[in-house]
Ligand binder design. Structure first.
Ligand SMILES: Cc1ncc(COP(=O)(O)O)c(C=O)c1O
Length: 489
């Protein structure tokens, strides 16, 4: 059990520019972690899921709640680092995060400094990328700053020299951020898009999704199709299902394909090591769970051969850049050149924005990305258990029991008449009334998606749980949703 920090100011992390430590930020990090009683990156909430439903008679939800409350003082201090309006409970991080005070300060200071010094924006931010990259398990030449997830997806997909007839295997639960460059490649180069229908709910395992990808690729190959790439979201934005990257990568490698992950929600939510995952491209947002400024994104690009993925680097050309190195890509463990610079540098860039993103990443690395992941997932696990108690497990579109499939996005059907979830107007009214009918109101959203066996889209209610929430927020949310669902029955 950690010693709680004594005041929120202790979490106002020291400024950068001192010497390097494990993740390249400040010398104070180790002291900070010692003060909190944590090892670097420790998952301190314990084996939360394993604790559920024990012999003492407490429910899975009770167990999750108790576990979360053990860390309450720490997370209260983290919550106090944000400037969020207290009249609302912000549970739509999947759409937009919020910059904490230290990030706002960096943004303002750097903006001012740039103006005072007539600062240049001609840089590829190599030093900052190198520091940020360590928190993602890669090197600076493998991490680019993009404008957002959609921009990173365009860089990844439209940079590949497609040939007519190339097939990209993907899902029917993708976001426009990935679907749009795929559609452009379809019209421009004549690629084919093969979509796997995604099962939803708690009855899936990681193996379910792994087999779906493998079977589809085998089927296409047996038809003589030239499958060239797999593109998928982890997690999908509609159900929050964490399509399992490691398992999908096994399939990708077995079939020698290009891997493109729409990881919009990954930076700031999950503590993934992309060097170990070996994915060719992972495009994430800087402005959602990572709580950096708007118009920031993180694109991880494979740029050297690591044991995790021995396949040759995919052929790829920058499509939006003023930095082009006309040289063959690496065939070994050393980068041939800084490929991520070509995505980051396109003319003069707004450096304060990325300095502020770097500050957000520094804050995350200092708290511990694994600790944040554990907390976010624990909140979501707690929410899913409470939903299961009231509405039943079949109301969940998100999985809850396979740890490889869970994310901090929770999607479910709140309606007493389950068929109402196919009424988009009713789902929108539910979202609007969750904000207007309660004080504080809840900011959530719905998302429409096809469900196997149903003629119409389901408009599930989607809730994001993050560092500024606690179990009390979840309790109030569930009570409010239960009351509103009764009123709308
Ligand atoms: C899965 C997914 N991909 C892409 C996007 C687009 O994100 P961005 O605004 O960062 O481009 C979103 C946004 O919610 C998303 O959920």
């Amino acid at each position: 059990m950690q010693t709680p920090v004594e005041s929120p100011s202790e979490l106002a992390l020291p400024t950068r520019a001192t010497s390097d430590i494990s993740l390249g930020w400040t010398t104070k990090r180790r002291d900070f972690l010692r003060m909190l009683g944590y090892g670097a990156g420790a998952a301190t909430l314990g084996p939360l899921l394993a604790a559920c439903g024990d012999a003492s008679g407490q429910t899975a939800a009770d167990a999750a709640r108790n576990e979360l409350l053990q860390d309450e003082a720490f997370w209260t201090d983290v919550q106090n680092m944000f400037v969020l309006n207290r009249d609302k409970v912000y549970m739509n991080i999947g759409t937009a995060g919020s910059m904490p005070q230290v990030v706002l300060d960096t943004f303002a200071t750097e903006n001012r400094r740039k103006a005072e010094d007539s600062g240049s924006g001609y840089t590829n931010l190599a030093d900052l990328r190198a520091k940020v990259a360590r928190g993602f398990g890669v090197d600076g030449d493998e991490l680019a700053f993009s404008a957002n997830t959609s921009s990173g997806m365009c860089h990844a997909i439209l940079g590949i020299p497609w040939r007519e007839g190339d097939v990209v295997v993907t899902t029917n639960h993708e976001h426009g951020g990935g679907n749009t460059p795929l559609a452009i490649a379809q019209d421009r180069y004549g690629i084919e898009i093969s979509r796997i229908e995604m099962p939803v709910g708690n009855n899936q395992t990681a193996a379910t999704y792994q087999s779906l990808f493998d079977e589809r690729i085998r089927q296409l190959k047996s038809q003589g199709k030239r499958v060239r790439a797999v593109m998928w979201s982890s997690p999908t934005f509609v159900t929050g299902t964490m399509l399992p990257i490691a398992e999908i990568m096994e399939v990708v490698k077995a079939h020698e394909l290009i891997s493109i992950c729409d990881g919009a929600h990954l930076p700031g939510m999950m503590a993934y090591d992309y060097g170990a995952l070996g994915v060719d491209f992972m495009s994430g947002a800087g402005h959602k769970w990572q709580c950096g400024p708007g118009s920031t994104g993180i694109l991880v690009m494979r740029n050297k051969i690591r044991p995790s993925n021995p396949l040759p680097l995919p052929e790829w050309y920058p499509i939006h850049t003023s930095t082009y190195v006309s040289r063959p890509r690496s065939t070994g463990s050393q980068a041939a050149f800084d490929v991520a610079a070509s995505v980051t540098a396109c003319g003069s860039i707004h450096t304060p924005m990325f300095e502020a993103l770097g500050r957000a990443c520094e804050m995350w690395d200092t708290i511990g990305r694994k600790k944040i992941e554990t907390y976010d997932l624990a909140l979501s696990a707690y929410l899913k258990e409470r939903i299961t108690e009231r509405w039943g497990v079949n109301s969940l579109y998100s999985p809850k029991d396979d740890p490889k499939l869970v994310s901090a996005l929770t999607s479910f059907n709140p309606f007493r008449n389950p068929a109402d979830v196919m009424n988009s107007q009713k789902a929108t009214t539910f979202v609007n009334r969750m904000l207007s009918d309660f004080s504080p109101g809840f900011s959530i959203r719905n998302a429409g998606f096809p469900v196997i066996g149903y003629p119409n889209n389901h408009y599930g209610i989607r809730i994001s749980t993050h560092v500024w929430h606690d179990p009390h927020d979840i309790d109030r949310l569930v009570d409010a949703m239960w009351k509103l669902s009764a009123e709308m029955a």
